[in-house]
Design a binder for this molecule. Structure first.
Ligand code: PMP
Length: 403
């Protein structure tokens, strides 16, 4: 597909040109096992160490605080698994008391939500979800009152994958610290898009493919003194914290992304991306009636826009745009390809039916300002076409109330 018409960078981002150019040479040479003691193995180990250092420099952490994983889903699972097991340890109970309360926002990614749900349904934890309003507000006073000395973990994403809403994670981390609770942030969408301060954060999750590196590689920041129990047990890789032969090609791609994202080239590209997003919103709002931008007056990621269109089924819009060669996203597609209501919109108080609406447009490397006017024209045409054949939502919602 034409990358310039790809507007779904929060789902995954195209691989950096520098990685594309060098990958064939890399796999020709770097195939040995990094745990092997002979020279070739030691060379791979150096790549592993250099990459860990590049990521640590980017995040301003100690390299020993970084564990390579397969991605943010695994990293999130690792935190919940560790703290569940730790909280049952008699030593831990002696020092911390019995802690069986978990607090998250109401709009976390399913890879956090499902872990919290599991602990509350199967392991007797109390799970408190802090509501996020349709306007993007969070009641920090309510959150602070909820965090008490029975709280084991507070987990808040750094930025929403769907609306781009940015949370003040340092502020929340301090609240957790005051009560002796651990603080985890799913920073998958924030990396590379906004400045991340992990100073008071205990755990942070990442996926390389969101920053234009490969899929199947990610990481978890585990601050010094925070517990970590291996979810995948076996060999001694990652200092016995994550077994399995290292994905050295993925690790290398993540390092290349770390280097790119700290370079001046990235700064220039992202200034342009923010301008493209802002122009896009302005023009869409000017030229189409019945459109709202979600969380528009809150602090958001510079590349993300989430829109609601009155009187249309967003799925039809998505199909029309797809036929024209544009990739955007609506709700969350489950593995069967069918659509299910977006967790984020449900978490903001929308009904299941409303949570199937809403269009996410996420910009990134490869998008061009020159494409935006044509893109807007296609959206306008598709919306007009869809509106002319859709049932008005008022009828749909009336039916919904009856069922
Ligand atoms: N958290 C967030 C906020 C995400 O956007 C994603 C990817 N959509 C994940 C976690 C999971 O990442 P992965 O699929 O790479 O494990």
């Amino acid at each position: 597909m034409n990358v310039a018409r790809y507007f779904d960078h929060n789902a995954t981002a195209p691989v950096l040109l520098s990685i594309q150019d060098e990958v064939a040479e890399f796999i020709k040479n770097e195939w040995a096992n990094p745990s092997a003691t002979y020279l070739k193995g030691r060379e791979e180990k150096i790549i592993l160490q250099d990459s860990r250092k590049a990521l640590a420099d980017w995040l301003k952490i100690d390299p020993l605080e970084w564990i390579f994983t397969s991605g943010a889903s695994e990293s999130n699972a690792l935190v919940f698994y560790t703290l569940d097991h730790q909280s049952q340890d008699s030593e831990f109970i002696r020092s911390h008391g019995l802690r069986k309360k978990i607090i998250t926002s109401s709009i976390e990614h399913p890879s956090v939500i499902e872990n919290a749900k599991f602990l509350s349904q199967k392991k007797g934890y109390q799970w408190v979800q802090i509501p996020i309003s349709k306007e993007g507000n969070i009641d920090y006073e309510y959150l602070e009152n909820q965090i008490d000395n029975s709280t084991l973990l507070v987990s808040f994403m750094a930025a929403s994958n769907e609306t781009g809403l940015v949370f003040d994670i340092q502020k929340i981390a301090k609240m957790a610290k005051n009560q002796g609770a651990y603080f985890h942030t799913d920073a998958t969408q924030a990396l590379g898009k906004i400045d991340l301060n992990l100073e008071d954060v205990d755990y942070a999750s990442f996926s390389a493919h969101k920053v234009n590196a490969f899929k199947g590689i990610g990481g978890l920041v585990v601050k010094n003194k925070c517990p970590l129990l291996p979810l995948i047990k076996g060999g001694g890789q990652e200092r016995f914290r994550r077994a399995g032969t290292e994905n050295i090609m993925g690790v290398w791609s993540f390092k290349k992304a770390a280097e790119f994202y700290q370079s001046g080239q990235k700064t220039l590209e992202f200034q342009n991306i923010k301008k493209m997003r802002d122009d896009f919103e302005l023009k869409i709002l000017e030229s189409l009636g019945g459109v709202q931008v979600t969380h528009q007056s809150s602090l958001r990621l510079p590349n993300t826009t989430h829109l609601f269109f009155d009187d249309i089924q967003t799925q039809s819009l998505l199909i029309n745009l797809d036929l024209k060669g544009y990739a955007v996203s609506v709700g969350s597609a489950c593995s069967s390809g069918a659509l299910r209501p977006s967790q984020t919109l449900l978490g903001m108080g929308y009904s299941a039916r409303q949570a199937l609406q809403g269009l996410r447009v996420s910009f990134g490397l490869g998008n061009k300002s020159s494409e935006i006017d044509q893109f807007i024209l296609e959206i306008k045409n598709s919306v007009a076409k869809t509106r002319s054949i859709s049932k008005p939502p008022s009828v749909l919602f009336a039916e919904e109330v009856k069922v």
